[in-house]
Design a protein around this ligand. Structure first.
Ligand code: HEM
Length: 237
């Protein structure tokens, strides 16, 4: 097999990659431990389903892991903030701008990723799907933190109705977040068209050819401005 060089372009800094994995691993621990809390008919009733997990030492350990992971999730933005402050505003500005091209992307993407056509509109560093994922992450983060802290410190101190409302906000965020996480993992690790994006979150770099196809507007802007960071490595492409 002929070995040619593979050119890659830098998409994320080390701090952004670290942020992604601290958030992601905290999220997974929270999801796994949190799921066991859902199988509780009511605190006084006999345990059913996974209910026994909530009893005794195992249940207490799950609660402890849930709280430690919650601190990890809440602190995770600091890794980006402290590690690469300069990229924060430009990236947030792009993520918060949802234009006609993003809406068209969202309409066409299901067809494109299933049948290979029609062509997607040219995208920036973040495509319409990344932006929608970001909005869900921010929304559920706010939902989890506000309701989680209330359940953590407010038990017995707030009216029952308020506590119950916090449980509803928490479990609604859970279902919304779980659906988005399943889609996110499918697209970044499984789908043949998009799984080449995964290296952006492991090495910080993606193949230039892939970036040109999926993020044309961003690549052209980086190259025109002279800010593109390109590396060449041996590959079998
Ligand atoms: C980030 C801040 C978070 C805090 C402070 C927090 C805190 C809590 C607390 C104190 C409880 C009550 C558990 C008990 O019975 O002792 C709880 C329940 C729960 N948590 Fe979290 N949590 C957070 C994030 C998450 C995340 C990210 C998920 C899922 C991915 C999650 C899933 C759940 C679920 C499903 C329950 C059961 C809700 C219910 O009873 O309806 N939590 N959480």
């Amino acid at each position: 097999m002929a070995v040619r060089s593979k050119v890659k372009i830098k998409k994320f800094s080390r701090a952004q990659v670290v942020f992604h994995w601290v958030y992601g691993s905290s999220w997974f621990l929270l999801m796994l431990t949190g799921m066991s809390f859902l199988w509780r008919p009511d605190p006084g009733a006999a345990a059913v389903g996974l209910g026994p997990l909530l009893q005794g030492t195992v249940g207490q350990s799950f609660r402890l892991v849930h709280r430690v992971a919650a601190i990890g999730l809440m602190a995770s933005p600091l890794t980006w903030l402290v590690g690469d402050f300069r990229s924060l505003w430009p990236d947030l500005k792009e993520l918060l701008r949802f234009g006609i091209n993003d809406a068209r992307y969202m309409l066409i993407a299901p067809l494109h990723y299933t049948f290979g056509k029609p062509a997607l509109p040219p995208q920036g560093k973040y495509n319409g799907g990344h932006k929608v994922n970001f909005y869900v992450v921010v929304l559920t983060f706010i939902g989890f933190v506000s309701s989680g802290l209330l359940m953590w410190f407010g038990r017995g101190a707030v009216p029952d109705g308020t506590f119950h409302m916090a449980q509803i906000v928490h479990s609604t965020s859970f279902w919304l977040g779980a659906i988005m996480t399943a889609l996110h993992i499918y697209l970044t690790a499984v789908h043949p068209f998009t799984r080449r994006a995964l290296s952006a979150m492991t090495q910080g770099f993606v193949e230039l050819n892939y970036a040109k196809a999926e993020h044309k507007v961003w690549v052209e802007k980086e190259i025109a401005a002279g800010t593109a960071v390109l590396v060449e490595e041996p590959g079998d492409c």
